[in-house]
Design a protein around this ligand. Structure first.
Ligand code: NAG
Ligand code: NAG
Ligand code: NAG
Ligand code: NAG
Ligand code: NAG
Ligand code: NAG
Ligand code: NAG
Ligand code: NAG
Length: 297
C-alpha cells in the first residue's frame, strides 16, 4: 500500500501532483482487474474448448475450473508471467473448429493440433501471434484458404498445414516470414503455382508442396534458398524446365519432382554441385536427353 500523506492544499503544483497520483492509482486498479492479460488467455482457452464438439478420449476434462489453466492438458505457461506459451493437442481425435480467440493467446510460441479432425477455416486471427515459432495444423480437415494474415507471425520458423482440404493459392505474403525454415503444404488442393517471392525466404531448409494441383513452373528464385535440404514437389502439375539455379543448392539432399510435366534435360554438372544428394525423384515427367554420368557418384 502507498501511504497517503496529507496534501497541503495551498500549492498548485502539489494539487497537480495529487491529480496525477489519483489518475495513476485509478488506472493501475483498472489494469489489475484485467489481471495483466491472464484472464484473456483463460477466456481464449475456454472459447477454444467450446468449439470442440467431440473429445473421444476425454483429453479436455482437465480443462475445468478446479485446475489453473496453466495445468490443463496440453497447455504450458511462462514461469514468470503465467501467460500461455504452448498448446499441443495432438492425435486426440478431436472434432470441431478452431476458435478465432486463439489469436488472443498473445504469448503463444508453439501451437499444434496435429492429427485431429478440425474442420472449417484456419482463423486469420492467428496472424496476431507475433511470438509464434511453430504452427502445426497438419492431418486435419481444415477448409478454405491459407490466411494471408499468417504473414503477421513474424517469428514463425515451422509451418505445417499439410493433409488438409485447403484451396486457393499460396499467399505471396508468406514470403514476409523471414525466419521460416520449414514449410509443408502437401496434400491439399492448392492452385496458383509456387510464388516467385518465396525465394525471399533465405532461411528455408524444407519445402514440401507435393500432391497439390499447383501448376506453373519452378521459380528460378528458389536458387536463393542456400540452406535448402529438402524440396518435395511431386505431383504438382508443374511444367517448364528445372531452373539452373537449383544446382546452386549445395546442401540439397532430397529432390522430389516426380509426376509433373517437366521438360528439358538434366545438365551434366548437376552431380558435382549437388554433392549432398541422397534422393532424386524425377519419374513421370517429359524429361529428355541422356542420364548424366554423375549419377554413378
Ligand atoms: C491473474 O493474475 C492475477 C494477478 O497477477 C492473479 O491474482 C490471478 O489469480 C490470476 N488469474 C489466473 C486465472 O491465473
Ligand atoms: C477437473 O480436472 C481434474 C484433472 O484432470 C479431474 O481430476 C477432475 O475430475 C476434473 N473435474 C471435473 C468437474 O471435471
Ligand atoms: C492419429 O491419431 C490417432 C488417434 O486419434 C492414432 O490412432 C493415429 O495413429 C494417429 N496418426 C498419426 C499419423 O500419428
Ligand atoms: C479475443 O478475440 C475475439 C475474436 O477474435 C475478440 O472478439 C475479442 O474481443 C478478443 N479479446 C478478448 C479480451 O477476449
Ligand atoms: C487480418 O485479416 C483481416 C481480414 O482479412 C483484416 O481486417 C486484418 O487487419 C488482418 N490482420 C492482420 C494482423 O493482418
Ligand atoms: C522479395 O524480394 C524482392 C527483391 O529481391 C523485392 O523486390 C520484393 O518486394 C520482395 N517481395 C516480398 C513479397 O517479400
Ligand atoms: C496425384 O495427385 C492426385 C490428386 O491431386 C491424386 O489423385 C493422384 O493419385 C496422385 N498421383 C500420384 C502418382 O501420387
Ligand atoms: C549460382 O552460383 C554462382 C556461383 O556462386 C553464381 O555466379 C550464380 O549467379 C548463381 N546462380 C543463381 C541462379 O543463383
Amino acid at each position: 500500500m502507498i501511504s497517503m500523506q496529507p496534501i497541503p492544499s495551498s500549492s498548485p503544483s502539489n494539487f497537480l501532483f495529487y491529480v496525477v497520483l489519483v489518475i495513476f492509482l485509478t488506472s493501475t486498479s483498472i489494469s489489475s482487474s484485467y489481471d495483466g492479460g491472464n484472464e484473456t488467455d483463460h477466456h481464449a482457452l475456454l472459447k477454444i474448448k467450446s468449439m470442440i464438439t467431440r473429445d473421444p478420449y476425454g483429453a479436455l476434462t482437465s480443462w475445468n475450473t478446479s485446475l489453473h489453466f496453466c495445468d490443463w492438458y496440453g497447455v504450458k505457461c511462462g514461469k514468470r508471467h503465467r501467460r500461455v506459451t504452448f498448446v499441443a493437442l495432438q492425435s486426440l481425435g478431436l472434432e470441431g473448429s478452431l476458435s478465432p480467440h486463439v489469436g488472443n493467446l498473445s504469448f503463444l510460441r508453439e501451437f499444434s493440433l496435429f492429427n485431429n479432425s478440425f474442420q472449417g477455416a484456419i482463423p486469420h486471427e492467428l496472424g496476431n501471434l507475433n511470438r509464434l515459432t511453430i504452427l502445426y495444423l497438419e492431418y486435419n480437415k481444415f477448409e478454405g484458404v491459407i490466411p494471408t494474415n499468417l504473414s503477421g507471425c513474424l517469428n514463425l520458423q515451422m509451418l505445417d498445414l499439410s493433409k488438409n482440404k485447403l484451396v486457393g493459392s499460396i499467399p505471396k505474403e508468406i514470403s514476409f516470414l523471414s525466419k521460416l525454415s520449414f514449410l509443408s503444404l502437401g496434400d491439399n488442393k492448392l492452385t496458383g503455382g509456387i510464388p516467385t517471392f518465396l525465394g525471399n525466404i533465405t532461411s528455408m531448409e524444407t519445402f514440401g508442396v507435393a500432391r497439390n494441383p499447383l501448376g506453373g513452373i519452378i521459380p528460378d528464385t528458389l536458387g536463393n534458398w542456400k540452406k535448402l535440404v529438402e524440396f518435395a514437389s511431386g505431383n504438382c502439375t508443374l511444367s517448364g524446365t528445372i531452373p539452373h539455379s537449383v544446382y546452386n543448392l549445395s546442401l540439397l539432399a532430397i529432390f522430389g519432382l516426380s509426376y509433373n510435366q517437366l521438360t528439358g534435360s538434366l545438365p551434366r554438372g548437376l552431380g558435382a554441385m549437388l554433392s549432398h544428394l541422397e534422393i532424386l525423384q524425377f519419374s513421370h515427367n517429359q524429361l529428355t536427353g541422356p542420364l548424366p554420368s554423375w549419377i554413378s557418384n
